[in-house]
Design a protein around this ligand. Structure first.
Ligand code: PLP
Length: 414
């Protein structure tokens, strides 16, 4: 069992108030808070060894390079990637997926090929594939959902067929919390020779993720959602696949030899890291990985499961809301998306903010999914390892008051 009060002490921001109320931060799917260790790693870099990496012979540059490359090794270990060269630094999960779409997709996907996604995808794992499909004459196929927001595996083995070139799926839905059975789907994709990309933006921060076990070719990682700084993400790619891929961006660092006529490419991973990278961000993400590994990802998942069960119980009592996604906590992450026809989610979010409760409202970058659910938007509370039952109580109490307030108003207006 984790000592959540001790964990909370590591996050300076959690002790602040909002509108005079203690902050209950339940917007972790959008971005997470940063422990002191991450903040210190950033300031230590800028205060004591700020320097560019890889190019310098002076001490500061060598120190920066060592710490930057150590961070890469930490991320590789965290997801059981084997070689650190399989980790490419990017700006965020979105850029990781775009890198694959441009460098791998445009060379490996041809006319008539099929790309299989789920109906849950975040725009980041939908729009890049729409672009590849449009450019190459390929077809997008979607794995459907059951009534309660699980993946419908019944039809999956016909959607994934010999025409499938790529399976690109989210691991955990940011909009419904659904945990996608990636390993099972990857097995189907492998049996027809398709490549597998996993969008790990909402899984890597919250549960153990092992790329060997998932048997994926690519995993997109978002730094800022896993206690790291903004502006840093990572792409895991199988080394032999990366070796075959064309660079994504061209310029300094990614080249070996350059003449006026042409250039040759550097070794992995630098071949995919043109220009000065986000050095502080990578080192900060390394510190975040140390922090999470110290807690133990099994423990993080267990805490969130318990808290999700507690939140589901609390929200179940509110008749005015429809709660989306699976009800059993083994099939969902700590994301609770709901809708009430009495009140627009934005009004709900604004009301809750006055109570110190931070949630997200909107389409969560999953517009087609909102359409499929038949709602314009949802209100979404998303949990992390530092959240408590007391914060969930604050959410449920504030929601009750909001629903009463808007419900009465709505009936009076009718
Ligand atoms: N994929 C999913 C499932 C997400 O939830 C998000 C962000 O909300 C992204 C991708 C994009 O992540 P990033 O902000 O790192 O680009």
């Amino acid at each position: 069992m984790l000592d959540v009060e001790r964990i909370r002490n590591d996050f300076p921001i959690l002790s602040r108030t909002v509108h005079g109320k203690p902050l209950a931060y339940l917007d972790n799917a959008a971005t997470s808070h940063k422990p002191r260790a991450v903040i210190q790693a950033l300031s230590e870099y800028y205060e004591t060894y700020n320097s560019n990496v890889h190019r310098g012979v002076h001490s500061l540059s060598m120190e920066a390079t060592d710490r930057y490359e150590e961070a890469r090794e930490k991320v590789a270990r965290f997801i059981n990637a084997g070689a650190p060269e399989s980790i490419i630094w990017t700006r965020n999960a979105t850029e990781s997926i775009n890198l694959v779409a441009r460098s791998w997709g445009e060379s490996n996907i041809s006319e008539g090929d099929e790309i299989v996604l789920t109906r849950l995808e975040h725009h980041s794992n939908l729009v890049p594939w729409q672009r590849v499909a449009a450019k190459k004459g390929a077809v997008l196929k979607f794995l459907d959902l059951t009534e309660d927001g699980r993946l419908d595996l019944d039809g999956a083995d016909s959607v994934i067929n010999t025409k499938t070139k790529l399976l690109a799926v989210t691991h955990v839905s940011n909009a419904l919390g659904t945990v996608v059975p990636v390993k099972e789907l990857a097995g189907m994709a492998r049996s027809v020779g398709a490549a597998v990309l996993v969008d790990g933006a909402q899984s890597v921060p919250h549960q153990p993720v092992d790329v060997e076990e998932l048997d994926c070719d690519f995993l997109a990682i978002s730094g800022h959602k896993m206690m790291g700084p903004t502006g840093i993400g990572a792409l895991y790619a199988r080394r032999d696949v990366l070796e075959q891929m064309e660079p994504f961006l061209y310029g300094g660092e990614m080249v070996l030899e350059v003449s006026y006529e042409g250039a040759s490419w550097n070794d992995l991973p630098m071949r995919f890291e043109a220009g000065t990278p986000n050095i502080a961000g990578a080192i900060g993400l390394g510190a975040a990985v140390d922090y999470l590994a110290g807690l133990g990802m099994e423990n993080v998942r267990e805490h969130e499961k318990q808290l999700t069960a507690y939140a589901l119980d609390g929200l179940r009592g509110l008749e005015e809301i429809d709660l989306f996604g699976p009800w059993d906590v083994d099939s969902r992450g700590g994301i609770l998306s709901f809708y009430s026809s009495d009140v627009h989610p934005h009004d709900l979010g604004t009301f809750l903010d006055q109570e110190g409760v931070a949630i997200r409202t909107g389409h969560h970058c999953a517009m087609p999914l909102m359409g499929a659910l038949g709602v314009p938007a949802t209100a979404r509370a998303s949990l992390y390892v530092y959240n408590t039952e007391q914060e969930v109580d604050t959410l449920v109490d504030a929601l009750k008051r909001a629903l009463r307030y808007f419900g009465d108003g709505a009936s009076a207006a009718r």
